[in-house]
Structure formats: C-alpha cells, structure tokens
Design a protein around this ligand. Sequence first.
Ligand SMILES: Cc1cc2nc3c(=O)[nH]c(=O)nc-3n(C[C@H](O)[C@H](O)[C@H](O)COP(=O)(O)O)c2cc1C
Length: 476
Amino acid sequence: MARYFKYKSPGDLAADARSFGQELRLRNDLAPLFQSIKVGPRTVGNRLCIQPMEGCDGTLDGLPDELTYRRYERFGAGGAKLLWGEATAISDAARMNPRQLWLHDGSASAIELMLKKCREAHRTAGFDGGDLLLGLQLTHSGRYGYRRPLLATHCPLLDPLTRDKSTGLIVDASYPIVTDDELKRIEDQYVTAAHFAARIGCDFIDLKQCHRYLLSELLGATNRAGEYGGSLENRTRLIRNVIGRIRLELPNLILATRMNAFDGVPHRGEGTDFVGVPVPHSLPVTTAFGTDPDNPADPKLDEPLQVVKWLRDAGIALLNISLGNPYANPHYVRPAEFPPVDGYHAPEHPLKGVLRHFSITSLIQQAVPDVPVVGSGYSWLQEYFPAAGAENVAAGRCAFVGLGRGTLSQPDFAIHLRKSGALERKTICRTFSYCTNLMRTKDHPLGQYATGCPPFDKEVYGPLWDEVKAKRPAGS
Ligand SMILES: Cc1cc2nc3c(=O)[nH]c(=O)nc-3n(C[C@H](O)[C@H](O)[C@H](O)COP(=O)(O)O)c2cc1C
C-alpha cells in the first residue's frame, strides 16, 4: 500500500497540503509551546498536553497495575504540563474493557497513588510541580461497554456494527435503549466519581463526550424521545446537569470535556486493497453529531459551536476536541500510516485527516476564545508536529497541542523539544498502529492485552507484541 510520510523537509509537507488546496503552516520557533497559560484559576507551565492514552493495563477491579504506574511516572517525568489522564470508568458497567481503570471506593487510593507518583516523577525530573495540571477522563462507554452495549439511541449507522457479547447477537430495533431513569442514575454516578476524583487530588476532570461513548452518542440522539433526546437542549441535558451539580458540590474542581465535534459515518475496507469506504447508509444522516446530514463526509459545526458556548457558560474551563470513532472510522480519530487490525487502508491522505482536526479545532477555539482548547491528531506529523503545533498556538487556533500515540514512544518529548528544539529521532512514533493492535487483542487471561509502544518501548511491550503475533493467523 501507499506510503504517505516521505518528507525530507517542512517545505515538502506544506507542499502536499497545498496540493489538496489546503494550507499547513509550520513555525521554526517553538517558543509559543513554552508559554504558560491560565486554565480556570491555575497557571499551566507549557502548551504541551499528553492526551488520554489508555494502557488497558489495570486490574480486574479497576486499580492501576505495574504498567499503569510506570506510564504515569514516565508521563510525569516527561515535562508536558497538561497531563490528561486516561479514560476511567464511573462504574463497572461503564468500562470498555476488563482492565480499564474504574474509580470507586476500592480503587480510589490506588489511583491516588498513581497520580502522586506522576507528580513526584515530575518534580524528581527537575520540574516545578505548581504549574502541572493533572486530571482524569471520566467515562461511560455506553454502546462500547464490555459487559453489554448500553445504547443512548438506535443509530442506523452503528447498530449493525454493535454486538451484544452476552448473547453474541448484533443489536437490532428490539434491543432496549437506556431509559431516562437509568440516565438519571448515571448522572449520579458521574457526580460520585467527581467527588472521588477531587478527593484523590485530580486538578481537573474530563466529562468524556467523544468517540461515540455514551455522552458522545447522546449528542447525536436526535431520534431519541424523552428528556435526553431530540432537541439540542435535551441531548446536552445530561452533561449540563452533571456540570451544574459538580459546580455546586465541588466548586474548586476544574471541569473539562473532551468532545467530538464531528462523528462522520462508519467506514469499512473493500476491494483487494481493503481501502476504507463509507458503509451503505441512507440520507439524511441524523444521528452523527457535527456532521452534514446530506453530505456526511463533511462537518457541519453549528451544533458543536453552540454546545461549546453552553458548556463554557455552565462552567467548563478546558476543552479537548476530537473527531470520529476509533472502532467505526479510526482514520478520523487518528490519521495513520498503517491501519490497525480492525481498520482499513486510509481512504484519504492522512495529512487531510490532520488538517481536518486543525481546522475544526480552530473554529471551536474561535467560538470560545476564553476557554483553552486542546487540539488532537498530531502524531502522524512525526518530527513536524512541534512546528505545526507552535504555529497553531501562536495563531490562536488552539491553546494546547495534544499528543496521543507519540507519547507512548516518546513520553519525554517535551524535554527534547525544550533542550534541542527537536524530537529525539530514534523514538518518534511512525503511526504503524502497534499500540491499537495490542489494545484490540482480547485473547489474554484477563480478557485484554495491555498496550504501549512495541517498537520503541521494546523491553516492556516487545514481548507482548511477540505473544500477540504468535496468536494471530499467518498474514494478518
Ligand atoms: C492506545 C490508545 C489509547 C487511547 N486512549 C484514549 C482514552 O483513554 N481516551 C481518549 O479520549 N482517547 C484515547 N485515545 C485517542 C488519543 O487520545 C488520540 O486522540 C488519538 O491517538 C489521536 O491523536 P494522535 O494522532 O496524537 O495519536 C487512545 C488512542 C490510542 C492509540
């Protein structure tokens, strides 16, 4: 298959963007990345954010385990000042896999220790702990719950792709959707989890609304009846209720949200080259948020722009913008050189995916200039991500540059950028999807493989990768 990333200079990369009629601006001077910024009442020491990166390496009770502690120590020591802790479930039913972190009475002190080790590692590496902002992403996996799917609505695009593991059946119109009363109990669970998070020392919590997990699916639930569906007011009722309650009960906790601004439609591989194409769907598409109903390859941002204004007014002090669905259209979420095992070859040049992230994030940041916005989708740019990020920050197109996959291969990227103005060449993420492939492998005694970077964090993840490879059919 085509290799896309073959650039010898920033000029080559920018020229490719121009060849699609777009512009990628790059800045040699990385100083904008090292300016501090206010988030709510706090000052954050630089513009580098470690995105939420689940390691799928907790215990079955939702506690961090050896590799989880290790990851947060490496992130803490790495010098980025906004550490966006990974998806952490608000209940067992909310978990996406059996090794996902789960915040409850029995796990709170262990997660507290994880955060403490992260802060200690930051200080031990010589950084000031006062301008580090460390939080957790609170999640309900909804449709992607590992025990059984909890649907916010029947989505004609996603239902045919959703299997109830408890019966082995694909969900259909007879499968129940979550009731309004159940959603009210889920509101309570978010508030309880926020109390735990505040107690164990989170500076902020993220009420996760991305990647078509429960709150993200609700944003698109135009076809749901009752208090939580239909109008945009109703579709945002749960998040607004949760924010309102947490504001009253925990006024010092900074509230953040990672939100999808564009869902798009699912894709699947077709033909001998297994290139992604949209699954068959009828128009208009009405259950994909931020998506043009008549031309769902395109974003339509009127609703996302309205929602971020409401959320700001409700008390959200930090936003992180993402796109797509990691199971149904991963090329929107994380532009990649090679697809993951459950994916398809890129239906578009990955640079177009990166530029989609940049342009959508920029429009969101302009709509709420007083709320710092974290941009996503940088890893595919490899050694050029810092120059693109510096330009985006300098131009006010986002406040923070969020790095995902690249943090697994090079958690100390901020130190390298500060010292030499460049990443450490040997461990730059090449977006070959090893991390996602480990994550997608369930054939493990605990029901889930841990994930990390097999090529560049070889000592730990190389042996896991060898095991996974040995279990796969030849050629896959
Ligand atoms: C192994 C892995 C784990 C991830 N875990 C999370 C997560 O817990 N929460 C989340 O919102 N996104 C998660 N993501 C998505 C990333 O945060 C990020 O949005 C995505 O990788 C695109 O950014 P990048 O191009 O810098 O990698 C994960 C991605 C990968 C590959």
